[in-house]
Design a protein around this ligand. Sequence first.
Ligand SMILES: Cc1cc2nc3c(=O)[nH]c(=O)nc-3n(C[C@H](O)[C@H](O)[C@H](O)COP(=O)(O)O)c2cc1C
Length: 159
Amino acid sequence: MKILVVYDSVYGNTEKIARAIAGAVTPPDEIEVLRASEAGLLSLETANILVVGSPTHGGRPVQAIKEFLNRIPADALRNVAVTSFDTRILGQGKSVGIRMLTKVFGYAAGRISDVLKAKGGRLVTEPDGFIVEDSEGPLKKGELERAADWMKAIIAAAK
Ligand SMILES: Cc1cc2nc3c(=O)[nH]c(=O)nc-3n(C[C@H](O)[C@H](O)[C@H](O)COP(=O)(O)O)c2cc1C
């Protein structure tokens, strides 16, 4: 089974989640982790599972992820199990501005999975969001472990 994780990250938190996800895969040679700007279509051709992760910016994935998704040809994910994750701030306990932002705009992960499904992918596990305490991080305690468990669930569901 070949697993491809494609991510982008501004402050490093989404990258940490991507690496935690990769760390949960054995044997390690089954997983490839690529920044979106470096992810070519060639690596997609051999992937059985594709996981795409992005920071949430204004409820959406960042530009590099949008561009990666745009590069995927129609139907190219026909035989690929797909899902997605984002990193996000929980509105709870934050300023009115941030509460409004998160409520009105929502989060990136669901939007990424919608595109992956539209390109033919089979949603294998619901998209998920991992929490940062603030825009630049850090990740909330326990999120790296939760990311590793999420990956194990994806592998089990894809079998
Ligand atoms: C321009 C900008 C817009 C953001 N918009 C949102 C948002 O709409 N919802 C949210 O939960 N977090 C938002 N955030 C916080 C990001 O989720 C957070 O910076 C990101 O998860 C950190 O991941 P990274 O370290 O990989 O960049 C925003 C951050 C920036 C810089």
